[in-house]
Design a protein around this ligand. Structure first.
Ligand code: ZN
Length: 251
């Protein structure tokens, strides 16, 4: 059983490794987007929590103003009560007393509703804080996982690149009619992971172009060890390197 030329095996292995890189890159192409989403979610929850916290501070300040005002109004009302008790028939004093009382009641009601609002806001702030802290913890865990995955991914790529370098060194040693390393790299630019194309049914399996009998003869010749000219034959259409499986020749 004759074997495939060594350089073809080397290039097929390079194709296989290039395909693995393409697959890995595809698998990890969403990684930056995922990372961005996780980070954005933390920022969003933190901003909401902070804005609710500010809202709470504002309400608290407003409440303290109303509290102060109520204290002042109580004093005013007491004074008006005292003045009126000294001169119960004075209409101006009576009017002043009634005005003060009315205002005090209005402000006291405002104070009550402000206190209720503040209690609600405290709950919202608490909820926003919990939500932010939970999200931060969960997303940071996810981010750590992503970082590990990315690290493994880069290591795997580096490992493959190392293997490819060795294979290119092998190719460089091959005595043939072309500079194989340069040729491989050029074709790989156009057809990543698909440089070597097997001839099937007398056609290029990459571009499906029918191969002329003359080129077919050359390809068959290269498949038989003692007839080889050590030539690299490329597809006239897609420029990929053509080969035929030696088993096909023996059939
Ligand atoms: Zn082709």
């Amino acid at each position: 059983m004759s074997k495939l030329k060594k350089e073809l095996e080397t290039m097929l292995e390079l194709d296989r490794l290039n395909n693995k890189i393409i697959m890995l890159k595809d698998e990890f192409k969403n990684l930056p987007v995922k990372r961005e989403e996780l980070l954005n979610e933390i920022v969003k929850k933190e901003n909401y929590y902070k804005s609710e916290q500010e809202h709470y501070e504002d309400q608290k300040l407003e409440l303290s103003y109303i509290q102060e005002e109520v204290v002042e109004l109580k004093k005013d009302a007491e004074l008006a009560t005292k003045k009126l008790s000294e001169n119960e028939t004075d209409e101006a004093l009576l009017k002043d007393y009634e005005d003060k009382k009315r205002l005090l009641i209005v402000r006291e009601e405002e104070l009550l509703s402000s206190e209720t609002l503040l209690k609600d806001t405290i709950e919202v702030v608490e909820e926003a804080k919990n939500d932010f802290e939970t999200t931060k913890k969960n997303n940071e865990n996810e981010l750590a996982k992503l970082e590990k995955e990315e690290h493994n991914f880069l290591e795997e790529i580096a490992e493959i690149n190392k293997k490819q370098e060795l294979l290119f060194k092998e190719l460089d040693k091959v005595d043939t009619n072309v500079d194989l390393v340069t040729l491989y790299k050029e074709i790989n630019e156009a057809f990543p992971g698909g440089v070597v194309s097997r001839v099937e049914n007398d056609s290029c399996s990459r571009c499906f172009m029918q191969i002329t009998p003359q080129i077919l003869n050359e390809i068959y010749r290269e498949a038989i060890p003692d007839k080889r000219h050590n030539e690299i034959i490329t597809c006239p259409s897609c420029k990929c390197i053509l080969y035929i499986d030696p088993l096909d020749v023996e059939e």
